[in-house]
Every structure is written in C-alpha cells, then in structure tokens.
Design a protein around this ligand. Structure first.
Ligand code: SAM
Ligand SMILES: Nc1c(NC[C@H](O)[C@H](O)[C@H](O)CO)[nH]c(=O)[nH]c1=O
Ligand code: TYR
Ligand code: SF4
Length: 455
C-alpha cells in the first residue's frame, strides 16, 4: 500500500494471511508453485505492521535472481522499437491517466485547445517508415478510445445504425472531428512498413473495436492480424481486482473482459504481453491476486511472452490531484514487485524492467531482482512523460551495451517474440540493430534530443 492507510478505501481484500514468511520463502527457494498467501508473505516480507524488513527483502530478491538465472540465464535483452501512438482523444477518464485528452475537445466545433494529437494513417506510415529506415523492427502503438475509431467500414456501418443513441456505443463520425484517425485496420496496415512487427490493440482497444456488435474477440483479433497486427500489449490490466478498478478506472472494461480479450488474441494466434500497474491505491493482496489471474491465463493459453510491471507515475494524475494518493511505489516495493512476479509467474519466461518507469539506475538494479529484459529504444514516449515522469524517450544500442556490461551481464538484441537473439560484443562498436528490414548495424541516433539524465 502506498501513501495511504490500509482501510482508506474500505477494501475487502487486505494483505493478511495464515502463511508464515519462512514457509513461503522455503517454497520459493524449492521451486514449488506459490499460492496467493505465499505471494503476499513475500511481497510484504511478512511483517506484522506496515513496512518492509530489509534483511527478509534481500532473501526474496536473491531467490528471484536465482530463479531468473535458472529459467533464462544471464543475458539481458532489448528491442529496437518505436512508440507511435495514434490519438490521445479518449472518453474513458481513468483516474491514473494523463495521456488522454477529453475527446469532445477534438471536435470541429469545440472552441479551444485540446493539448493532444490525432494522426491520420498516412502520418502514422511516414513516422514508422522513417524509423524503419533508421533500423527499428517493432512499432508499439496504444491510443485513447476516440469515438470515431472503428474496426473497419463494416463496423462503421453497424455503429451508424445506432442513430438514436450514438452515446450508447460511444460513436461519432469522423466529420465531427478536426482530424480523421481512419479505422483501426487502416492504421495497422499503414504502420506495417516492410514487415515491421506491429505490437498494438490492448484488450481495452479491442473492446472499442467491437463495441455495438456481437463479434468475438477472436474474430476481431483475426481481422486486425489480417490488417498487419503481429502481437497485442496486455496493458489496460492495471490491477485485475474489481474493487480496485472501481476506484481507479470505473469506466474501463472489467477483469473478466480483460481476460477474455487476451484469450481472444491468443486464440487468433497472436503473442501477447501482460502488465500490472501498481503503487497507487491497491495493497499487496491485490498485487498478488493480479499475478494469480495472469498465471492462470498463461496456464490455459501459453501465449504471454513477457510480464511488465509498470510502476505508477503519480505527479500529474487525477488520483494525485484529488488526494487519493500522495506518492508512487517505494524502491523496496518496486524491487519486491519484480521479484515476486518472477517467483509467482513460473510459466512466463521474461520479466521486463521498464527504464521509462524506473530510470537507468533502478532499472539496472531490477535486473538483479528477477528481471531479464530491458525494454526497447522507443524513440518517443507520451504516457509516462505526460504523467510527470522524467526518464527520457530514447536509449541507443551503445547506451544499452554500456549499461548492461556495467552490471556484468551480456547485452543481447532480441526480436519482439524473443525467438531471435543476437549478442552484442562490448569490445566492438558503435552498435546498431541488425534484425530490422533496413537494419545493417548502423547506430540508431536520437531524434528527440539527448535522453534526460536521471541518475
Ligand atoms: C495510456 S493507456 C493507452 C491504451 C488504451 N487506452 C488502454 O487503456 O488500454 C496504456 C496503459 O498505460 C498505463 N498508464 C497510464 N497512465 C499511467 C501512469 N500514470 N503511470 C503508469 N502507467 C500508466 C496503464 O497501464 C494503461 O493501461
Ligand atoms: N513500449 C513500451 C514498453 N514495452 C514494449 C517493449 O519494447 C516490449 O519489449 C515489446 O513491445 C514486446 O515484447 N514498455 C514500457 O514500459 N513502456 C513502453 O513505452
Ligand atoms: N507503453 C506502455 C507500456 C507497455 C506497452 C507495451 C507492452 O507490451 C507493455 C507495456 C506504458 O508506457 O505504460
Ligand atoms: S488508460 Fe487508456 S482508456 Fe484510460 S483514460 Fe488513459 S487512454 Fe483512456
């Protein structure tokens, strides 16, 4: 629990169990499957009152670090990717989010500024083409739920029949807006430059792409894949416990819907990632219940390539403005989140340390707490920056090699699906990506200015 007392929100689920810390740790060390009570003991270090026991914390981190080495070895991986988000216009109003701008401010007859952006498919294509030319091979794209965004023209026709109650399906025609974002399929096709891997369409976006129809998630993800989608990000997960979602994102799809969306993507043959966004109003019981939902999903489908703990960036968010939180997760909480994710998720190979959320120093430390992947070059960042995070928008391959060799590990370029690995030799250089359609080892150069110094 972060910056608030346990009972502030009257939560039914609290971090109390009958298990002992010692028993939970023994199970973790022996490689036995953990249950929720074990996870809570490890996440809280089993203390009676609020606060982490520093010695016990080290024991948990050590167990997770050993598990990481046994599961995936000592390599630290990363990708050459670009974030290209299509629009910040959104109607959902999540209280942790400052990425979005209220959608009605983008309407042609709105008198005022919206402070965000919408890109046409042609603009998306130009941005991706430029980055592919530089050597990237993955584009990650997540967007607000713009009322004019639909799956395709067939979907638009269906939504137009809701003439009398367009609000019910959250639809408005593109003509109502200054900029037409096109359809999801048009955007994905536009971004599929030279076979670049397109990582897009969270379950929340897939829900938007099927609103007002009886289409299944599997249908919709099939059609998205035909348009160029290669894998789906498991954001929108936040905390997969209803009583927490009721506080931080009451307008969002529920836990069961998120699970159904991810399952549909995997049924359609796509890889997915999974995330948790923690360090706001939730407690350690919620975090471990979330891990349990993700592990169960992976048991049934097996298509989750990596788990990404996203530490809440609080500064510019409604949760902070309204006094519902006073800060984000502490260093101890971040370390234990990564470590318990590694120990609990015995069926997911890769745990990502997100340098956007943690900065260089902490993201490297987390590679010794159970994480094995250090994200990507991204070239552009809007979610964290708008929420008040200051860790920059770019890491070059040379930065990656320097950082990873500094902690005595081997830097390895990977494909998005982790199927291709290319180790980089620190004694050579300068380093650039080689796995992209136009990647010949030429170093990626920052187009956004130098990364912000963060440590
Ligand atoms: C900004 S949304 C965009 C995609 C889509 N609208 C959705 O909700 O799935 C993507 C994710 O960013 C993460 N995010 C948003 N605001 C954040 C914040 N202040 N701190 C950390 N993560 C945040 C959340 O996990 C969210 O699901
Ligand atoms: N793009 C962001 C990611 N993760 C994307 C990673 O590069 C990931 O490894 C790949 O997309 C799939 O394997 N994580 C963040 O925390 N923030 C991003 O902006
Ligand atoms: N871009 C998202 C994070 C994200 C994207 C894709 C993933 O597969 C995982 C995480 C953020 O910054 O919050
Ligand atoms: S998290 Fe996604 S759905 Fe929620 S307000 Fe932000 S952009 Fe909209």
């Amino acid at each position: 629990m972060t910056g608030t007392a346990h009972d502030d929100f009257g939560f039914e689920h609290v971090p109390e169990t009958d298990q002992s810390f010692e028993n939970a740790l023994a199970k973790a060390r022996a490689g036995e499957r953990l249950d929720v009570a074990d996870g809570v003991e490890l996440m809280t270090t089993g203390t009676d009152s609020d606060g982490i026991d520093p010695h016990r914390k080290e024991l948990v981190l050590e167990a997770a670090d050993r598990r990481r080495a046994a599961m995936v070895g000592d390599d630290v991986t990363f990708v050459a990717n670009l974030n290209n988000n299509v629009t910040t216009a959104c109607t959902t109003g999540c209280l942790f989010c400052n990425f979005k701008n209220t959608a009605h401010r983008f309407e042609t007859d709105f008198d005022g500024d919206h402070g965000g952006f919408t890109k046409t498919p042609a603009e998306s294509r130009d941005i991706v083409a430029d980055a592919v030319e530089m050597g990237i091979y993955e584009v990650t794209s997540v967007s607000g739920l713009h009322p004019a965004l639909v799956l395709d023209e067939e979907h638009r026709e269906i939504l137009q029949t809701y003439d009398n109650s367009p609000a019910e399906v959250n639809y408005k025609p593109p003509a109502a807006y200054d900029t037409d974002p096109g359809t999801y399929t048009e955007q994905l096709t536009a971004m599929s430059v030279d076979g670049v891997h397109v990582h897009s369409m969270t379950p929340e976006e897939a829900y938007h792409a099927k609103r007002g129809t009886d289409w299944t998630y599997e249908d919709v993800y099939h059609r998205l894949a035909d348009a160029g989608l290669d894998s789906a990000p498991g954001t929108a997960a936040e905390i997969l416990v209803p009583e927490v979602r009721d506080v931080i994102c009451p307008g969002k799809i529920g836990t069961d819907e998120w699970v159904a969306g991810m399952a549909g993507a995997m049924d359609a043959g796509l890889d997915v990632t999974a995330t948790i966004m923690y360090g706001h109003v939730e407690n350690e019981m919620h975090r471990v219940m979330h891990l349990d939902v993700v592990r169960d999903l992976q048991d049934r489908y097996g298509g989750i390539t990596e788990f990404v703990p996203l530490s809440f960036v609080y500064q510019n968010t409604p949760l902070y403005d309204r006094g519902l939180v006073t800060e984000g997760a502490s260093d101890d909480e971040d370390e234990l989140m990564i470590a318990v994710s590694r120990l609990y998720l015995d069926n997911i190979d890769h745990i990502q340390s997100s340098w956007v959320k943690f900065g260089n120093a902490k993201s490297l430390k987390l590679l010794n707490c159970g994480a094995d992947d250090l994200m990507g070059t991204i070239l552009s960042e809007e979610i964290t920056k708008r929420a008040g995070g200051g860790f920059g928008e770019f890491r070059s391959f040379d930065d990656y090699v320097d950082m990873i060799t500094a902690i005595g590990r081997r830097p390895v370029e990977r494909s998005t699906d982790y199927r291709i690995h290319r180790p980089l030799d620190p004694d050579e250089g300068p380093h650039g990506p080689t796995l992209g359609p136009r990647a010949d080892g030429t170093p990626l150069l920052d187009r956004t200015g130098p990364a912000t110094a963060d440590d």
